[in-house]
Ligand binder design. Structure first.
Ligand code: PMV
Length: 317
């Protein structure tokens, strides 16, 4: 097995000493339309399938300062210990043992409630580290490095539609994200908050349980293999119904694999389900509205800009 450190050695210059006192970066959060669910390598965060996302306007701002001891502020308050540990374990991959950081990270969206804040968090962190250490690494390299913090973070280096190529190499050097050369300004993705409380199980553990125990997981790679080319076709031809239908059913298929695992994993709350029924009813009545969902109870709405007022009125937003 190849370790993270071995992989990093092939990508970055040594020694890794900061070239400035502090660095700040921003990355957008991203929402997957074709989900990443399941790793083929837990150490290197290598996915079983490719995935495709859309970056949001909002995300995470992170400042890393060289300090005499490690400390971390999340949205102006002391970081929860588990979160700080995750960040500093990640920083340890790049710094020597005598380098300490004060990290200030501000999320424009709630952390750990399925709002994809880890995606923008690790992406902003690797961009700040790149600047602090003066690596001047290219975006492909930074995408690979962000992936080591959180899989979906490799897609947050880019705006617009982004595809994460799963890659096949055991060292993970061909598993990175790239933007698609298409823009679709009419397409809207909007958070529909149901609950911002901490989710019952983090996505990393939930993926592992699903891969190891769900009898439905074996169908997941084929689901993605069918959905990915079709959603790219929908994006290229700006076919909203095709995009919405594929994104919604891909998300539900992902949740179905989790439901069949032992112990079962169910992120939906009763309000999530009530909202899905409401959306399906509105769609049957002619409103072009779809949703996607990640590892949390919240829904993300998909609709076209021209229908924005109708969607907001129908959902009381
Ligand atoms: O990157 P992670 O480990 O937070 O996993 C993300 C998993 C999903 O959000 C459910 C899907 C995805 O592709 O973003």
């Amino acid at each position: 097995m190849i370790t993270k450190q071995q992989m990093i050695q092939t990508l970055l210059p040594k020694p890794a000493l900061p070239v400035k006192e502090q660095a700040t970066a921003f990355s957008p959060a991203n929402i997957a339309l074709i989900k990443y669910w399941g790793k083929r390598d837990n150490e290197l965060n290598l996915p079983v399938t490719s995935s495709l996302s859309m970056s949001l306007a909002h995300g995470t701002h992170t400042t890393v300062k060289v300090a005499s001891a490690d400390s971390c502020l999340l949205n102006g308050k002391e970081c929860p210990p588990a979160f700080a540990k995750r960040l500093f374990d990640y920083c340890n991959l790049f710094r020597n043992k005598d380098t300490f950081f004060e990290i200030h990270t501000t999320n424009e969206i709630p952390t750990a409630a399925g709002f994809a804040s880890s995606s923008s968090g690790f992406s902003a962190l690797i961009l700040a580290l790149d600047d602090l250490f003066g690596w001047h690494a290219d975006l492909k390299t930074l995408s690979i490095l962000a992936r080591l913090g959180s899989g979906s973070a490799c897609r947050s280096l880019f705006s617009g539609f982004v595809e994460w190529h799963k890659g096949t190499r055991p060292d993970g050097l061909d598993s990175f994200a790239e933007p698609l050369n298409t823009s679709w300004p009419e397409l809207q993705i909007e958070m529909l908050p149901i609950s911002s409380s901490q989710k019952p199980i983090d996505s990393r553990s939930a993926m592992k349980i699903t891969v190891e125990t769900s009898p439905l997981y074996s169908s997941w790679p084929q689901t993605v293999a069918n959905d990915l080319p079709r959603i790219k076709e929908a994006i290229n031809s700006q076919n909203f119904h095709q995009l919405g239908q594929i994104a919604e059913s891909n998300a539900l298929a992902m949740h179905a694999t989790m439901l069949a695992s032992h112990p079962p994993i169910l992120y939906f709350l009763p309000e999530s389900i009530a909202t899905m029924h409401h959306i399906w009813r509105l769609r049957n009545e002619g409103l072009p509205l779809y949703f996607t969902m990640d590892a949390g109870p919240n829904l993300k709405l998909l609709y076209l800009k021209k229908d924005s007022t109708l969607v907001h009125e129908a959902l009381g937003l």
